[in-house]
Design a protein around this ligand. Structure first.
Ligand code: G3H
Ligand code: 13P
Ligand code: ZN
Ligand code: NA
Length: 308
């Protein structure tokens, strides 16, 4: 069935692991992820961005996820990623999503609280859970001075006040991760002191890490070997994610690594089979590359294998 993340997060918090939240945009991506979760007996969050809804149409994604639930028999969370308004959150809640993110992180503190509270009230009346975000995601190297970094990263006292005043179910925080394939210019670094502080001040409360792809060099190299041009890509080291998962972090968002895995495999297939033109011939391996990537994450990074 489609479920909320309430129980998943509770177990993940106590068990010191994290649930993977994977972005989905089409059938092959959904199938690859769900096959992995089935094989690993892992809890699963499938998340849909505004861009995904635009690309695939909301109804297609909803029906594909429903098909995944029926076919796999797994409990799956259907989550809106980075909802930027009350309206898109409402639309997803009305459509049967079990979880939504309202991302008010670009607004001043009080406005973020007001917007988040409005979504929480609407969602909770309908049995849907809400994730919010406080602080700005930007690479630690982007902030030149400590004072600037301080302004960008999530303030622990504000986090506590935010959670209390909004009644939100989980909170995405900024500690140095960022979206995409170029997260760090130099040495990767996350502000674990800050994470620990926030975690300790919100005992039992699920924290979310966005921008948590690791951008494995073998996949970047594979893309580049077969005609790609993504030099200098760098992500969050897996050891850091494992450490975060042992603390209050219960949800780890991964999109870029799925994109890299699928694209590397499609590039390789097409380069090696120039006469093939049936999309199933390269999308099949693309789907399998997603599956293998997700299995690796569940087993070796998130620690959620066998926890469904
Ligand atoms: O947070 C961003 C996710 O990677 C989704 O990306 O907005 O291009 O679908 P997207
Ligand atoms: P990555 O770009 O690191 O995969 O982050 C995805 C994300 O945070 C989706 O909300
Ligand atoms: Zn994100
Ligand atoms: Na955890």
């Amino acid at each position: 069935p489609l479920v909320t993340s309430k129980e998943m997060f509770k177990k993940a918090y106590e068990g010191k692991y994290a649930i993977g939240a994977f972005n989905v945009n089409n059938m092959e991506i959904i199938q690859g992820i769900v096959e992995a979760a089935q094989e690993e007996k892992a809890p699963l969050i499938l998340q849909v961005s505004a861009g995904a809804r635009k690309y695939a149409k909301p109804l297609y994604l909803k029906k594909l996820v429903e098909a995944a639930v029926h076919d796999s028999g797994l409990p799956i969370v259907l989550h809106l990623d980075h909802g930027e308004s009350f309206e898109i959150c409402k639309s997803c809640i009305d459509d049967g999503f079990t979880s939504v993110m309202i991302d008010g992180s670009k607004y001043p503190f009080e406005e973020n609280i007001e917007l988040t509270k409005r979504v929480v009230d609407y969602a909770h009346e309908r049995g849907v859970v809400v994730e919010a975000e406080l602080g700005r995601l930007a690479g630690i190297e982007d902030a030149v001075k400590v004072s600037e970094q301080d302004a960008l990263f999530t303030d622990p006292d504000e986090a506590v006040e935010f959670v209390e005043r909004t009644g939100v179910d989980s909170l995405a925080i900024a500690i140095g991760t960022s979206h995409g394939a170029y997260k760090f210019k130099g040495e990767p670094k996350l502000d674990f002191e800050r994470l620990e502080k926030i975690s300790n001040m919100l005992p039992g409360f699920p924290i979310v890490l966005h921008g948590a792809s690791s951008v494995p060099s073998e996949f970047v190299e594979l893309c580049n070997k077969y005609g790609g041009q993504i030099p200098g890509a760098q992500g969050v080291p897996e050891s850091m994610l494992r450490k975060a998962a042992e603390m209050g972090v219960c949800k780890i968002n991964i999109d870029t690594d799925l994109r890299l895995a699928m694209t590397a495999s499609v590039r390789k297939y097409l380069a090696e089979n120039p006469s093939h033109f049936d999309p199933r011939q390269y999308l099949g391996p693309g789907r399998d590359a997603i599956k293998q990537m997700v299995i690796h994450k569940m087993r070796n990074v998130l620690g959620c294998s066998g926890k469904a």
